[in-house]
Design a binder for this molecule. Structure first.
Ligand SMILES: Nc1nc2c(c(=O)[nH]1)N[C@H]1C(S)=C(S)[C@@H](COP(=O)(O)OP(=O)(O)OC[C@H]3O[C@@H](n4cnc5c(=O)[nH]c(N)nc54)[C@H](O)[C@@H]3O)O[C@H]1N2
Ligand SMILES: Nc1nc2c(c(=O)[nH]1)N[C@H]1C(S)=C(S)[C@@H](COP(=O)(O)OP(=O)(O)OC[C@H]3O[C@@H](n4cnc5c(=O)[nH]c(N)nc54)[C@H](O)[C@@H]3O)O[C@H]1N2
Ligand code: SF4
Ligand SMILES: [Mo]
Length: 712
């Protein structure tokens, strides 16, 4: 076992910091910046870990202040149970709390069948937790009804990547490759605020003479760095990508040999794209033809080039086709599977990559296997010691699951998400959650969703437990325990162990992370996301730079597999080894503007808050930087509404109304307003958003809906 803290020498730049340093990773986003933790005079302190290649020691404000959430002052330190007498959450012991959860789930199953028990997970959970949660749902509860918040995150890119390349790994190359290519189109990513240390790679790209093109309806801090900024109307990226493909073909930048040798489906995809004339695309997107031409020329003529997408184009009811259009552009110009080139998705959550590989997704088994594949079922059932026939089939996607609460799904176990703030059409979701027969929430803090629970289970977090996470590059990393958790708190794995035992599965749910990982290795072995060759021991080696999957097991005596930094160099992961073009055409948003709702609302993030804010809203320094919700609007729209900067305005959609201060800025299209989604209550952006789902990925349309803005 290698789960004990492995101290490292204090990094040079911090030689004033006393005590041993435990190398670990930030709890928040998918960059998984390396950091060190040490005990200083002011408690647990964060120190730099310059040897870790992804961030080179740099951290954003969230990472720097992450230890504030370890404090017992802001977190849960004992289980809470809703008292039948007062209706309030009251302190309880662990045995009582776990008994109540097991009982709540067992009763539902007895009364309505296994599929009436739901499980909702999170992309911030470690690989071990995500794996154990999926196994718990299928083996202990026997339910098909499990999904997780990653569905709201990168599921469209995952679906499009799997369709085109036969495999979904966010970045098929290390992030640092970005600095050495010649042209990057960054579509709907504001990484200067969402992954600040990653900006260094783009700065280096420009220092090396490369071109950065940013596609965003707002002139963000990221767009300010661009050589060329295209600002389309939200929800029109599909047309934009097709327009660029049209121009690339028209100007002779297609790589005929590559298309012939490494792809299939070009003729249909080409025909679909050629219908998207530049003038037509300008009309849909609002991006002037000369800018389209310049982007196509720069991208087409570059020797090496990449397209990177994030939530802007992906969180749309046509997100999968939109990403497919960007992939088609890359394939037509011969990028994927070539050095310093290709398509990548910038995944979001701390374990956004690993969390989507090991079975907390409705249609999935560990190792990125499909629940509908008989061979996959047989393999995983073998590892789990159950009959393959006993494994349920695929369940509902995240929004559909939330929508079914209180109806067909009557009890829910929730681990690692705060949907009351983060789900689309949140008023409806909140009402569904309130109508459950039984809700159990495992969380670090008393989130807005935990506040509605019948039982709240307080759990340990990053620095207090060991586990693995897989960052946006597919790099598997060891996050080590560095400090002791407060008394009264247990780990998610201990929670699942305790519940499984109460529900008749005394074995098969170890609480030790490394034991779970050893089983995950076997379960993933031979799958697309193969971790069989990875061990805690290997992850702890050297500077802890981790191992890229696939990393299969090797024959006894053979040298260990080095991991796979770059994918697709020889072949794609499809049956015939070729990448697949998918013919796609533009279509309208689920809800277009009209006389009653004349403005487009898009949503996203700010630098100092993270997601539903459950963690970061508990950190003073971050609240000082980003104290509350707001709506960003252009001076022309503000003038028409007679609204000044700071005035309270109402933003109204067909689903609800919020009141927030106006932030007037020329850095947004005049037909569009923007709200961050980090806050609950009267300024909750998701009160307004539209739950239309992408037909393939089941991603909701977070980035486009129609609203009206009024003086409040
Ligand atoms: N500070 C901070 N950092 C985070 C997070 C956080 O909550 N806060 N969350 C993490 C997670 S889970 C994720 S998923 C990532 C997300 O990282 P990003 O994808 O960078 O974040 P967003 O702000 O959601 O969206 C990015 C940009 O998309 C633009 N956009 C809106 N609509 C459209 C559109 O229709 N088309 C295009 N092309 N662009 C559009 C927005 O203006 C915004 O600037 O960040 C991670 N990092
Ligand atoms: N309008 C709009 N809505 C959005 C988006 C958008 O761009 N616009 N983006 C979407 C995206 S990309 C995402 S990823 C979702 C995220 O939205 P959420 O799923 O709500 O994400 P978090 O706020 O990170 O919630 C994680 C919860 O788990 C808790 N937690 C942290 N670590 C652990 C742990 O180890 N164990 C347990 N049991 N709990 C833990 C945290 O305290 C927190 O309460 O939001 C989506 N919602
Ligand atoms: S960029 Fe992401 S991983 Fe790095 S310090 Fe900030 S929140 Fe943490
Ligand atoms: Mo995300």
């Amino acid at each position: 076992m290698h789960t004990s803290p492995a101290p490292e020498r204090t990094p040079q730049r911090n030689d004033a910091a006393p005590g041993p340093v435990t190398p670990t990773h930030c709890p928040y986003c998918a960059l998984q910046c390396g950091m060190g933790l040490t005990r200083g005079p002011a408690g647990v302190e964060v120190v730099e870990r310059p040897a870790f290649p992804v961030n080179g020691g740099a951290l954003c404000g969230k990472g720097r202040t992450a230890t504030a959430v370890l404090s017992a002052r802001v977190r849960l330190t004992g289980p809470l149970v809703r008292s039948p007498g007062t209706g309030e959450l009251e302190p309880a012991g662990w045995e009582e709390a776990l008994d109540l959860v097991a009982d709540g789930l067992a009763r539902t199953r007895a009364a309505y069948g296994a599929d009436a028990c739901g499980v909702f997970g999170g992309g911030g959970l470690t690989n071990e937790k995500a794996y154990a949660l999926g196994k718990f749902a299928r083996v202990v509860l026997g339910t098909s009804q499990i999904d997780y918040n990653g569905r709201f995150c990168m599921s469209s890119a995952a679906a499009a990547g799997a369709r085109a390349f036969g495999l979904d790994r966010g970045l098929p190359f290390p992030l640092a490759d970005v600095a050495r290519t010649d042209c990057v189109i960054l579509v709907g990513s504001n990484l200067a605020e969402t992954m600040p240390p990653a900006l260094r790679h783009l700065t280096r790209l420009k220092d090396n003479g490369g071109t950065l093109i940013v596609v965003d309806p707002r002139r963000t801090r990221t767009a300010e760095q661009a050589d060329l900024h295209l600002a389309p109307r939200p929800g029109t990226d599909l047309a934009l990508a097709l327009g660029l493909l049209h121009l690339v073909v028209a100007e002779g930048h297609t790589d005929e040999a590559y298309v012939r040798e490494r792809t299939t489906g070009w003729e249909e995809a080409r025909a679909a794209a050629m219908a998207h004339w530049p003038e037509y695309v300008e009309r849909i997107t609002g991006v002037p033809v000369p800018r389209l031409r310049e982007a196509a020329r720069r991208f087409g003529a570059a020797e090496h080039a990449m397209v990177l997408t994030a939530r802007g184009p992906e969180q749309q009811a046509k997100g999968t086709d939109t990403v497919a259009a960007w992939i088609n552009l890359c394939l037509a110009t011969g990028r994927p599977g070539r050095p310093l080139s290709g398509y990548g998705c910038l995944t979001g959550q701390g374990n956004g990559q690993g969390g989507r590989e090991h079975g907390q997704k409705a249609d999935q088994l560990p190792g990125y296997r499909k629940l509908t594949d008989p061979a996959a079922r047989a393999h995983v059932a073998g590892v789990w010691g159950v009959d393959p026939e006993a494994l349920p089939g695929p369940g509902r996607s995240a929004y559909e699951l939330l929508d079914a609460l209180g109806g067909e799904v009557r009890s829910l176990l929730l681990m690692g998400s705060n949907p009351v703030v983060s789900a689309p059409h949140a008023t409806h979701v909140e009402e569904r959650i309130r109508s459950l027969d039984f809700l159990a929430v495992a969380d670090v803090v008393l989130s807005e969703t935990a506040l509605l629970a019948d039982v709240v289970l307080p759990v340990t977090q990053w620095a207090e437990e060991t586990g693995t996470v897989t960052n946006l590059e597919g790099r598997v990393l060891l996050r080590r325990r560095a400090v002791d958790p407060p008394q009264g708190v247990r780990s998610d794995l201990q929670v699942l162990h305790g519940l499984a035992a109460r529900l008749g599965h005394g074995k098969g749910f170890p609480a030790e992370p490394e034991e779970v990982f050893e089983e995950l290795r076997r379960a993933s072995s031979g799958g697309l996301a193969d971790y069989a060759g990875i061990s805690y021991e290997r992850l702890a080696e050297g500077d802890g730079e981790g191992l890229f999957w696939p990393c299969p097991a090797v024959a006894e005596g053979a040298p260990a597999h080095p991991g796979t930094e770059r994918l697709f160099l020889d072949r794609f992961a499809t049956d015939d080894g070729r990448a697949r073009f998918v013919p796609v055409t533009h279509r309208a948003a689920a809800e277009e503007t009209d006389a009653g709702y004349p403005v487009v609302l898009t949503t996203g993030r700010v630098l100092a808050q993270y997601q539903s804010g459950a963690q970061t809203r508990r950190v003073d320094e971050l609240n000082a930087a980003a104290p509350g919700p707001f709506v960003e609007l252009h001076p022309r729209l503000a003038a028409r509404l007679r609204v000044a900067d700071g005035d309270a305005v109402a933003v109204v959609s067909r689903r609800g109304r919020v009141v927030v201060p106006a932030r007037v800025t020329p850095a947004i299209r005049p037909d569009t307003v923007f709200m961050p989604f980090h806050w609950p209550g009267a300024g909750r952006a998701n009160t307004l958003t539209h739950p239309a789902l992408d037909p393939v990925s089941r991603m909701p349309e977070f980035k486009v809906c129609a609203v009206r803005v009024e003086r409040a």
